[in-house]
Write a protein that binds this ligand. Structure first.
Ligand SMILES: [Zn+2]
Length: 385
């Protein structure tokens, strides 16, 4: 049986026509580029609907009862005038694609974590400053677009750890650094024009294009130092902000091959956590030697080992390297994180022809003048007027 599809886009509708009720088993409705300002209550009773395209209308809100459309798989309300999303969106358990780009949203409800079938999420062109950690529970998420959120400073590491995530677009945000825990299975990453990013974790190297350097305007952002870890790269004297959660970094080669027992412990817990979440296991929770450990587990790793055949999760302490490409005009800095000294040496021996190491030191509080500011780089490549 053919499904019923209505093509009612570009018709200057001011309201959703009630004629919709005349169609039996209506599954898809296109109402793009009309002047609709309200989703009427009666529409929510057409529970056969799987697909609603309402891009480019005048919607200022979505009804809280939207969860009644229990079969909805596709919802596009991009380019409307939404300022918030109802928490009940999280009850649309069959939703696979959600596009809310081009609105005036500032927060994503953490209740969206129940959308276990969500594959595509587009929240571009809004005013998000942060994303909820809970997004990482949308385990089927495959494509995430957060581009053009000019105040978005940070992508939670846990989001980069989504098992199915293959495509991330974060162009023209205000990211202060890129998540270093990104899965090696990603096949598309766009991070153009994040003016505050002054280094790129090696995991992004295969997506790297010189255009990433083309920072037209650099907007220094002040960041509170509290709990953050910085190093100073000694060739260009840039200060690099390392992933939140970093407690200690070792250079390569190191005088000693230290074992980070604390991280080993976290690693073991993370493995356990896959079978029985720590927060649901009160006994395990009480056994943890310090309260931060469960936070580390819940927040996920802050980086992964750069050695391709390792990729081990890293939590607080790692071997760290800053490198540049040999013989390249680009001044781009790449960083590597390793779980052990041996992994670092292994990577170095197979990549020494392509990259060279730069010296760095841990940046102290009294380091100097620009300590709380990122985006202060001077590495323009001559192509940015
Ligand atoms: Zn490793």
């Amino acid at each position: 049986m053919n499904k019923t599809i209505l093509h009612w886009s570009y018709l200057n509708f001011k309201d959703v026509p009630m004629d919709l009720f005349l169609y039996e088993d209506l599954e898809e409705v296109y109402l793009k580029e009309n002047y609709i300002s309200v989703i009427p209550k009666w529409l929510l009773n057409i529970t056969t609907l799987k697909f609603i395209h309402l891009a480019g209308n005048n919607l200022s809100e979505l009804p809280a009862d939207i969860y009644m459309l229990e079969n909805l798989e596709f919802l596009d309300v991009s380019n409307n005038e939404l300022t918030e999303l109802p928490k009940t969106l999280g009850l649309l358990l069959r939703l696979q694609q959600l596009n809310v780009s081009g609105n005036q949203l500032t927060e994503l409800p953490m209740e969206l974590n129940t959308l276990r079938n969500l594959e595509h999420l587009n929240i571009a062109k809004n005013q998000f400053r942060r994303l909820p950690l809970q997004l990482s529970e949308c385990v089927r998420l495959n494509e995430l677009n957060v581009s053009d959120n000019e105040a978005l400073l940070h992508l939670p590491e846990r989001i980069a750890n989504l098992p199915m995530l293959q495509s991330l677009a974060a162009d023209r945000c205000a990211l202060v650094y890129l998540p270093a825990a990104l899965s090696k299975f990603m096949n598309q990453v766009r991070i153009f024009h994040n003016t505050c990013v002054n280094y790129i974790p090696m995991i992004y190297e295969r997506f790297y294009q010189n255009f990433f350097d083309n920072r037209q305007k650099v907007t220094p952002i002040s960041i509170s130092k509290k709990g953050l870890f910085w190093v100073r790269e000694l060739e260009s004297q840039k200060r690099l902000l390392l992933p939140v959660g970093t407690r200690n970094v070792f250079r390569v080669p190191s005088p000693e091959n230290r074992v980070t027992l604390y991280d080993d412990c976290l690693h073991a817990l993370q493995t356990l956590n896959r079978h029985l979440p720590v927060y649901e296991n009160a006994a395990l929770h009480r056994l943890l030697p310090e309260p931060y450990m469960s936070a580390h587990i819940n927040n996920g790793p802050i980086a992964r080992c750069t050695t391709t055949n390792c990729s081990r999760c890293l939590y607080t302490t790692y071997y760290f390297m800053v490198v540049k490409r040999r013989g390249s005009a680009s001044k781009q800095l790449f960083t590597c994180n390793f779980c052990t000294h041996n992994c670092a040496l292994q990577w170095l021996s197979s990549n020494a022809k392509k990259y060279y190491q730069l010296d760095w030191k841990v940046s102290d509080d009294d380091d100097d003048d620009d300590e709380d500011v990122v985006g202060d780089h001077d590495d323009n490549n001559g192509d940015n007027d």
